[in-house]
Design a protein around this ligand. Structure first.
Ligand code: ADE
Length: 620
């Protein structure tokens, strides 16, 4: 939980006490007053670096002045940074560390710890542990760091080399507990319960059950893999399973026509060897990270050193969670789509002073859509390319199917805006910045969805997001909020299209509200006054633009259920482009266009585009 400090001058404080079984207190405090008899000295720091204080040196305390800076606490940082420069040094783990807290988990499939505190373990030998307990007064989950050389509740951990936390029922000194341990950063945040095929039973029974369950499973897996293989071949779907540098090179060299940044992978580089990348200039800055144009070296030839241009998103150490979220979203191979930024690989980079997290993706010379629209007026045909590709990108993100019909986890972007959309060489768009995105996994509980909170950029937030009243019972609600944001972006594109007549300078939606509007100002405008960006009557002079505006209005409806789906918007753009071609052909052959405005009202199709209303009537 985060809260505003009540009095000005207060700073964020964390106190970690080992004496009572490891507790972390987090609170606001005025540094002019002592706390536990200690005067804070470090409260001007931007991050919370633990120092041992107190009469007997028994309290680890830190303070800092950035928002929520006491959420991550750093132990003994100077020595850690010095040592981490040494290759071979074992870095201390980041683990969830909430000790005991209530859990809604009922031990089926996987559960989130719901622990909001991430701590750096005190000792490099410590790993992450979670213990789940079924209790009549309510289930609980403990999360903490622990040295596996020592028993915990009389249990010696055996699974601490695992990358994920897989629960096993073990007999401890105080009875049975479900316990798991693992060695990846924050791996104890999600706990996995065993499937009915590996129940908590005596070993001999377990072995026979495993045989009974695993043999059919293996046969099933072989059938599925073969089917998948044939299916991939028939679909001619280029896959991006990148596992080593030579593969990455081969894939990047495959030319994406004129775009210099053709990368074709949506997979993780599991190779520990880092790519030979040289950062060039900074091209963007987001909430969590900075984006650089970079050179991916590909050897040298007589003509000199060869390289491929890529984009590198650099997250500082503190933004590990945003990097992890975006990396997890990208690592789903089914996300690969021409209107989603091509992902190459994710890396952890250690430097002498700190650790950084990188995401390496395709580079798009034209930059983001907001900058593009500020610099360019677009034609009607270009508006169709920009709008259609945006809708197709969002539709793919939201879809539970790949274009080949395979299964895919739908994803909500949750921060769609023109600065999170890139413009490719052919003026089609691709979505980027998945730091706040949410996988709409059907196993997510209402609690888990509710915990994901009110996120995004206030200017682009749908009314139900501004009011924190999303219907958590239905995952479609998250897609509907994206469609609202997409409508604002479509409006931005249309406002810069020369088909509307007099094109003004680029302005963001709701530009009159404020430069960086907060949620409260947006609520006044979007909910109290029911305002939306202005669509002047003159825009309807062009029948295609008129149709786009109708679509925009159906997408920013106050009622989320009444909004169109992204797929429907994509289909409308396809119809517009087809009608455009038809009307061009018919005008060159002096034929009469077939769609009339009254026809359009009856159906969900769109009127003949690419014509002014005058031209359209004239042709009729
Ligand atoms: N800005 C943010 N991401 C970018 C990318 N991949 N290419 C170009 N500019 C960007």
């Amino acid at each position: 939980m985060a809260s505003y400090c009540g009095n000005s001058g207060e700073v964020c404080v964390s106190v970690w006490e080992k004496s009572e079984g490891n507790t972390i207190d987090t609170f606001c405090h005025n540094p002019e007053n002592p706390i536990h008899g200690i005067m804070l000295k470090d409260y001007n720091n931007s991050r919370c670096e633990m120092g041992r204080e107190g009469r007997n040196g028994e309290i680890d305390i830190c303070s800092c002045s950035e928002d929520e800076c006491n959420d991550i606490v750093y132990f003994n940082t100077p020595s850690l940074s010095k040592l981490s420069a040494n290759t071979g040094f074992k870095l201390r783990k980041l683990c969830k560390f909430c000790d005991e807290q209530p859990s809604t988990c009922n031990s089926t499939s996987s559960c989130l710890s719901n622990c909001s505190i991430t701590a750096i373990c005190e000792d490099p030998s410590e790993i992450c542990v979670s213990i789940w307990r079924e209790k009549s007064e309510g289930n609980t989950i403990d999360t903490f760091c622990h040295n596996p050389e020592n028993p915990i509740h009389g249990i010696m951990l055996k699974d601490y080399n695992n990358s994920r936390c897989e629960m096993r029922r073990r007999e401890g000194t105080n009875g049975e507990v479900d316990i798991c341990s693992c060695s990846e950063d924050e791996c104890n945040d999600i706990v996995y319960f065993t499937t009915p095929c590996s129940p908590r039973v005596e070993t001999s029974l377990a072995v026979s059950l495993a045989v009974v369950c695993l043999v059919p499973l293996l046969v099933f897996a072989v059938v599925i893999v073969s089917l998948f293989y044939f299916y991939q071949v028939c679909c001619q779907h280029k896959k991006g399973g990148v596992h080593d540098r030579s593969e990455i090179r081969a894939i990047i060299t495959e030319d994406d026509r004129s775009d210099s940044s053709s990368t074709h992978a949506n997979s993780l580089n599991h190779n520990t060897e880092l790519l030979p990348i040289e950062l060039d200039m900074q091209v963007g800055k987001g909430r969590f990270a900075e984006v650089y144009k970079a050179k991916l070296k590909q050897g040298s030839s007589a003509a000199g050193e060869q390289f491929q241009t890529v984009a590198v998103k650099v997250f500082p150490y503190e933004e590990h969670l945003s990097w992890k979220n975006e990396k997890d979203i990208f690592s789903d191979a089914e996300l690969r789509h021409e209107n989603i930024l091509h992902f190459l690989t994710a890396e952890e980079r250690k430097s002498p002073v700190s650790k950084q997290y990188w995401l390496i993706t395709a580079y798009h010379e034209q930059g983001n859509l907001q900058d593009y629209l500020s610099r360019h007026v677009v034609s009607w045909a270009e508006l169709c390319v920009l709008g259609g590709s945006l809708a197709r990108g969002v539709a793919h993100l939201h879809s539970d199917r790949t274009p080949c019909g395979g299964q895919k986890v739908p994803i909500a972007h949750r921060d769609l805006k023109s600065s999170n959309i890139l413009v490719k060489h052919d003026l089609s768009c691709c979505l980027c910045d998945f730091g706040l995105s949410l996988r709409l996994d059907s196993s997510l509980s209402v609690d888990e969805l509710a915990n994901s909170g009110q996120v995004g950029t206030a200017r682009y937030m749908a009314p139900e997001v501004l009011e924190s009243r999303i219907n958590l019972e239905n995952i479609e609600s998250f897609k509907q909020t994206d469609v609202y944001s997409m409508a604002l972006v479509l409006w931005e594109m249309t406002s810069r299209c020369d088909a509307i007549g007099d094109v003004k300078e680029y302005e963001p939606p709701f530009h009159k509200v404020q430069e960086h509007p907060c949620v409260e100002s947006m609520k006044d405008s979007v909910i109290r006054d029911r305002e939306r960006p202005d669509i002047p009557n003159s825009w309807a002079n062009h029948l295609g633009v008129q149709s786009v505006c109708k679509t925009i209005e159906e997408c920013w409806d106050h009622d989320p259920e009444a909004r169109l789906t992204a797929l429907c918007v994509a289909e409308r753009f396809i119809q517009l482009e087809q009608l455009d071609k038809l009307s061009q052909r018919s005008s060159s052959q002096e034929k009469i266009p077939q769609t009339s405005v009254s026809d359009e009202k009856k159906s969900t199709t769109v009127p003949s585009a690419g014509l002014t209303e005058k031209q359209h009537h004239h042709q009729h």
